[in-house]
Write a protein that binds this ligand. Structure first.
Ligand code: DX5
Length: 215
């Protein structure tokens, strides 16, 4: 996949200086496409992050992409739909078929697009039943819970499989994405890359974001 603007770059605020959250978001706003909010409950993943009360105070033009790394994601929808989240992703591992159908319908009814995330060990087949109804698949390239981890290359086969079956699907990747691994992701067919430390760990945010686009 050629390096170009066609690949969306989504900074994840988990890795930013949370004591200066608004300034950090302002620093990426002119260059990024979406902004990802990593909601962690300390049960589905071993880390606790933040929720709607914090995000409510944030002002940004960037579309809010809510990544629910939580058990019972259905309990979190209302608060984020009320914040006008543009996109909400929940985890396949936190839901069964019936819950996924209901969640996707509720997210769409709330005016947002719906995504399902797959942890590294979870095959695409786990969500075959609902793939035609969702707007995005998030392929985790680390075990969810923390920023700054190493990219797991094995997951790229899932990206290639999805891209072959669904040419128009938004395929997002998240975890360990830096300039080098971003290239592998784009070439495998991903068109939305989430990065935390590669962007918020960089002094020049524009340069960091452009390097993930391959520019
Ligand atoms: C991990 C989070 C990722 C993480 C990415 O569970 O979902 O969004 O913040 O951080 P980096 O880009 O540093 O791997």
């Amino acid at each position: 996949m050629a390096a170009s603007k066609s690949c969306l770059i989504t900074p994840s605020i988990l890795s930013c200086d949370l004591a200066h959250l608004q300034d950090e978001v302002n620093s990426v706003e002119p260059y990024a496409d979406w902004l990802q909010v990593d909601v962690m409950d300390g049960h589905f993943v071993p880390n606790l992050s933040f929720g709607a009360p914090v995000i409510r105070h944030l002002t940004t033009k960037l579309p809010l992409d809510i990544h629910l790394m939580v058990e019972n994601p259905e309990d979190r929808l209302e608060e984020f739909l009320a914040l006008k989240a543009v996109h909400i992703t929940f985890h396949a591992e936190a839901t069964d078929h019936a819950t996924r159908e209901a969640l996707v319908a509720a997210i769409h009814d709330g005016g947002a697009t719906a995504g399902i995330a797959l942890n590294p060990a979870t095959p695409v087949a786990a969500i075959d039943d609902i793939l035609k109804k969702i707007d995005l698949v998030l392929i985790m390239s680390v075990e969810p819970g923390f920023g700054g981890q190493e990219f797991l290359h094995d997951v790229l086969s899932k990206v290639r499989e999805l891209r072959k079956r669904f040419p128009a699907l938004m395929i997002q990747m998240d975890g360990g994405i830096i300039t080098e691994t971003a290239k592998c992701c784009r070439e495998a067919g991903a068109n939305n890359l989430v990065a935390g430390s590669a962007i918020f760990g960089a002094k020049n945010r524009r340069k960091a974001i452009d390097s993930l686009r391959g520019i």
